[in-house]
Design a protein around this ligand. Structure first.
Ligand SMILES: [Zn+2]
Length: 296
């Protein structure tokens, strides 16, 4: 398979990525930027994926990609070995052996504009967008308006249509008939922002990874009313960003070299860990649970 002609180096592409998603805007705990690769290596094919899993790295290798761009870091904690006896070590070894560079844009992509939550808000058709909160002086999350207002059930259907399907589906907390118009969104894990959501006056909050205690406490504070909550899945709420990142990078690279020809692809691999669901709706929470135990 022939590659298209190019004179782009990894150095050029990393500079373009980091002009779009500056490393300095990442959270202190985060680990973003270049993970593997030789800055002088040519880049002809770039694969985008949410997670650098072994399957995704396999796709990068079989497509002969020179660069893999992911949202989630491969290495967030210290490592003392990259031997193939661990999955992380196998991932690093596979990348290096195949000459695939890895670049990560995580919290620096969350706070970018357009960033992960902006892309999500756009996909839901939210008008009059503003930040939900700020992180290290950078805006994070989005709040916007649905025009016209719709019922919570209809909005949940809109979310399901706008986002890619996942095995986990979409979970909703609130009255299906209640009208909603102001929507807060946060791609990925968002249950640390429930106070910001309350302060924003949002009718409903779309995010992911909502845990029992923070959610139940927020619902108690709301006395069953607003803000309602929608857990649309981590992968689904963030994966739309990949298309945005791809398009922005291609535009930025056209500015580097007019004759640049680089092939790009967004991976179709769903790196959400959940595989299937059983028993959904078997016990709707707004119904009284049947008594269990023997009849006396
Ligand atoms: Zn995430």
């Amino acid at each position: 398979m022939d590659h298209p002609a190019t004179d782009l180096s990894l150095r050029d592409v990393v500079a373009a990525l980091e002009s779009l998603y500056p490393l300095g805007s990442a959270a202190d705990w985060d680990r973003v930027g270049l993970v593997t690769g030789d800055l002088d290596q040519p880049v002809r094919r770039i694969l985008f994926a949410l997670d650098p899993t072994l399957d995704v790295i396999g796709e990068a290798r079989s497509w002969d990609a020179d660069l893999l761009v992911t949202h989630h870091p491969l290495l967030l904690r210290g490592v003392h070995s990259v031997a193939t006896s661990s999955a992380k070590g196998a991932a690093v070894t596979a990348l290096v052996r195949a000459g695939v560079a890895l670049w990560v844009g995580h919290t620096n992509a969350d706070v970018a504009d357009p960033g992960v939550s902006t892309v999500l808000a756009d996909a839901l058709g939210l008008a009059d967008q503003r930040p939900l909160s700020s992180e290290g002086g950078h805006p994070i999350g989005r709040v916007g308006e649905l025009e016209p207002p719709v019922s919570l059930a209809a909005f949940a259907d809109l979310v399901a249509t706008a986002l890619p399907d996942t095995a986990g589906g979409i979970r909703v907390s609130g009255d299906p008939e209640a009208p909603v118009s102001t929507v807060a969104v946060m791609g990925g894990s968002g249950d640390d922002r429930l106070d910001d959501v309350r302060a924003s006056g949002a009718d409903v909050y779309v995010t992911a990874d909502l845990r029992h205690h923070p959610v139940l406490e927020a619902r108690e504070e709301a006395r069953g009313g607003r803000p309602y909550l929608i857990d649309a899945g981590h992968w689904a709420t963030e994966s739309l960003w990949l298309m945005s990142a791809r398009d922005r990078l291609v535009s930025a690279l056209e500015g580097v070299h007019e004759a640049t020809r680089v092939e790009t692809r967004v991976s179709a691999i769903r790196t959400e860990p959940w595989t299937f669901v059983v028993g959904a709706n078997a016990a709707r929470a707004d119904r009284v649970a049947p008594r269990t135990g023997g009849v006396s």
